[in-house]
Design a protein around this ligand. Sequence first.
Ligand code: SF4
Ligand code: SF4
Length: 283
Amino acid sequence: MLISIASGKGGTGKTTLALLLATAYSNITLVDCDVEEPNCHLFLQPEWQNPSREVTITIPHVNSSLCNGCGTCSAVCLFNAFAISGKTALLFDELCHSCGGCLLACPKDAISEEQKNIGTLMIGRAAAHPGIHLVSGVLQVGTPSAVPLIKKMKQETANLTGDVLLDCPPGTSCSMVTAVKDSNFCILVTEPTPFGRHDLELAMNITRLLQIPTGVVINKSDAATGDEIIEALCESRQIPVLAKIPHSLSFARQYAAGHISDEFRTVSSSIWNQLKTERGTTK
Ligand code: SF4
Ligand code: SF4
């Protein structure tokens, strides 16, 4: 079962929940798709099994001795990655989406392909939690899109038989959509505030479009301020509230120190039990 954990914005407790769920399970793969700021490894302290692997994308390379500046590449590129300067085509590779269209269209065969490094991928086992297999990635600074790296990380899990947890990038960007896509179930983590409700609604729109069964976990749940604002939205969308994680100073302290609190193991067990039920209803 592929379970994604997402949120409408950063800082809502998505990674915390991913770690709680992973450590409550004996044999699982956790994929840290938050490649701009991965931090699951800080808690799990994995021993990386292999040297980190470079992940590359294919981008065009213009042979200026063959190019006559005809502009065909610029005309076919939907992402405006080419500009024509005099009799030469200039590539802005950060805009390139590696579609290969310009290569096919160039009448002078002036375009070839080359590889560009966009990040690294690491795989390891957590020393203190040997049942957790961690896949983590780091996006190269300045790389505009995390999508190819996230796709590569998900490919690593394609042949695994056990359950896979995806800690998704925050927000509702294309990186989040790439991570969440094809999940059997998505857990959206939120906080009971008007901002939390707004961001949750955006994230719900994404999982509805992708037709992914969804549940909500309310983090920093507070009986004094009330969770009604989130519960009303969930009810209107017929999305279950799977669990509430109370606002707890001791938990925050342990988390800040890099420890995974025992306080919420009952919460994670309850979520797993609900996911097991869901497993019977998803393919
Ligand atoms: S299509 Fe080919 S020949 Fe024409 S400008 Fe682009 S690279 Fe140069
Ligand atoms: S590979 Fe595609 S996206 Fe990249 S420059 Fe060529 S046409 Fe544009």
